[in-house]
Design a protein around this ligand. Structure first.
Ligand SMILES: Cc1cc2nc3c(=O)[nH]c(=O)nc-3n(C[C@H](O)[C@H](O)[C@H](O)COP(=O)(O)OP(=O)(O)OC[C@H]3O[C@@H](n4cnc5c(N)ncnc54)[C@H](O)[C@@H]3O)c2cc1C
Length: 274
């Protein structure tokens, strides 16, 4: 589980303040992490911490593999709008991480983290796309072909049929993008961002459509309240849950910036921080 984000460092990850001070053959870590997915159950954390406070923001960061059973780690779950507690806050008080758990050279953690984020954006997409096809879309077809009290189905309305067809075409496009991405020996610098952006926004359109077609039942038919996302068929929960996916591993705005800068070669965003 990545321990990158902090209260003051999300999109601007390089602003992270958690410190790691070398002391013999360990690093002593102090600080706070936020939105750590599955931290309650994780054995290890991919931790970013600042090892050189005087270096420019991106230069003084190191990447560690932290055993979650180390003394000084406190994990507090965060309650979400869906009722789940998918992610947590992590408080780190004088946590001693063996120096051998440093990943890559000291102060080169930013570069290592870019690899992790690229993998997070891209590699899980194959599985997620399959789940969207066999879970989310299947539920949509089921919903659109279910007869109402008058014996008619939502699909009898040509506007519904048209939108369902559009979503299927978009899903086919996503599958093609993901297949190309996974097959590429050396994916382009923005490919993972393109796939992640397309997936997360299509998921929103699909669950939005499902919520609209289900009508009142979207609110009352909570089939699997513990497993919101893209495949439970509990449309209101699925719709709320879908918004999560435009945020982790870089928000949609950040993905668009990456596509513009690294993919299209546009001038860099004038932040002055990077
Ligand atoms: C489901 C989920 C799982 C997550 N799992 C993890 C995890 O396991 N480990 C972890 O470390 N973090 C995790 N995160 C945190 C996630 O990486 C951050 O929430 C994300 O990077 C955004 O940071 P932020 O929440 O601080 O928002 P902010 O960075 O404060 O952004 C707020 C808004 O401003 C916009 N914005 C910010 N900067 C710019 C810019 N330069 N240009 C244009 N728009 C901008 C953003 O797009 C967003 O809309 C997870 C988040 C979610 C939702």
């Amino acid at each position: 589980m990545p321990g990158f984000s902090e209260p003051g460092a999300g999109s601007d990850m390089a602003a992270l303040a958690t410190s790691a001070r070398k002391d013999g053959d360990v690093y002593i870590v102090n600080g706070q992490k936020l939105w750590a997915s599955g931290a309650l159950y994780a054995d290890r954390c991919l931790l970013l911490a600042r090892t050189d406070p005087d270096a420019p923001k991106r230069k003084g960061i190191s990447y560690f593999l932290m055993d979650m059973r180390t003394p000084g780690i406190e994990v507090r779950p965060i309650k979400q709008a869906t009722g789940e507690s998918h992610f947590c806050e992590i408080f780190l008080n004088d946590v001693a991480i063996p120096a051998t758990n440093l990943v890559g050279p000291e102060n080169e953690g930013w570069r290592v983290a870019q690899e992790t984020l690229g993998a997070e954006r891209g590699m899980t997409m194959l599985e997620l796309t399959e789940r969207l096809s066999h879970g989310g879309f299947r539920w949509l077809v089921d919903l659109c072909t279910r007869p109402g009290p008058d014996g008619r189905t939502p699909l009898d309305d040509t506007r519904v049929a048209d939108r369902l067809a559009t979503l299927e075409i978009e899903l086919t496009g996503l599958r093609a993008l993901v297949t190309d991405f996974v097959a590429a020996d050396r994916p382009g610098p923005a490919d993972a961002s393109i796939v992640k952006l397309y997936y997360s926004e299509l998921l929103q359109r699909m669950t939005d459509f499902g919520t609209e077609i289900a009508g009142l039942a979207a609110h009352t038919e909570l089939r699997k309240p513990q497993s919101s996302g893209w495949e439970s068929g509990a449309w209101m929960l699925d719709f709320i849950g879908s918004w999560e996916w435009t945020i982790p591993g870089g928000t949609s705005e950040i993905q668009r910036t990456i596509i513009g800068e690294r993919g299209l070669g546009l001038p860099r965003e004038p932040t002055g921080h990077r």
